[in-house]
Write a protein that binds this ligand. Sequence first.
Ligand code: FMN
Length: 175
Amino acid sequence: MTTFEALIKNRRSIRKYLDKAVETEKVDAILRTALMSPASKRANGWEFIVVNQRDTLVKLASCREFGSKFVADAPLAIVVAYDAEKSDVWYEDASIAAIIIQLAAADLELGSCWVQVHNRTYNETTTSEAYVRNALQIPDNKHVLCMITLGYKDEERKPYDEEKLAYDKIHYNQY
Ligand SMILES: Cc1cc2nc3c(=O)[nH]c(=O)nc-3n(C[C@H](O)[C@H](O)[C@H](O)COP(=O)(O)O)c2cc1C
C-alpha cells in the first residue's frame, strides 16, 4: 500500500478534539497546501478564514440545527469561502481546497471534519451561509461552502477496510 493510500484509509471524520492548540507551523503548512489546490482556469477564487477564538467558534457552531455543534469545542476551524463570480464551477474549486485541507491535516496526524454550510439553513428565514457571513464579516459576494474543524484527536475511528469497499461501483469501458 502506498503512503497516500494508507493516509486515505486512516482518515476518518473526527469530531472530538483534545484541549490542545494546533501549532501555528502546522496551520501554516495546511494553508499552504490549500493555496496550491487545483482550480478551474486557475480562478483561485477561494478565501480561507482561520477561526481559533472560542467565542467565534461557539457562534459558528450554531449555524445549523444539527451537524455543527461540535465546532464549539474544536480548537480551530478553517472556513472555506469563494467568490462565485470568479468561476462558474466555484463549488468544485472550493470543495477540492476543502478536501486538500482535510488530507493535509491527516498527514500531520490531526483530526478534521467537514461541516457543510452551503445549502443548509440556520432557521426558517436565514441560511447557514448568511449566518456565517454575518458572524465573520464575510462580504455578501462570497459563498461559504463549509468549515473544516481541526485538532488533535480525542476519539478513535476505525480505518477503512479495503476488503469491504464497494468494488461494484467501479466500471470499465461501459456502465
Ligand atoms: C460534502 C460533505 C459535507 C459534510 N457535512 C458534514 C456536517 O455538516 N457535519 C458533520 O458532522 N459531518 C459532515 N461531513 C462528514 C461526513 O459525515 C463523513 O465524511 C462521512 O460520514 C464519512 O465518514 P468519514 O469521513 O469518517 O470517512 C460531511 C462530509 C462531506 C464530504
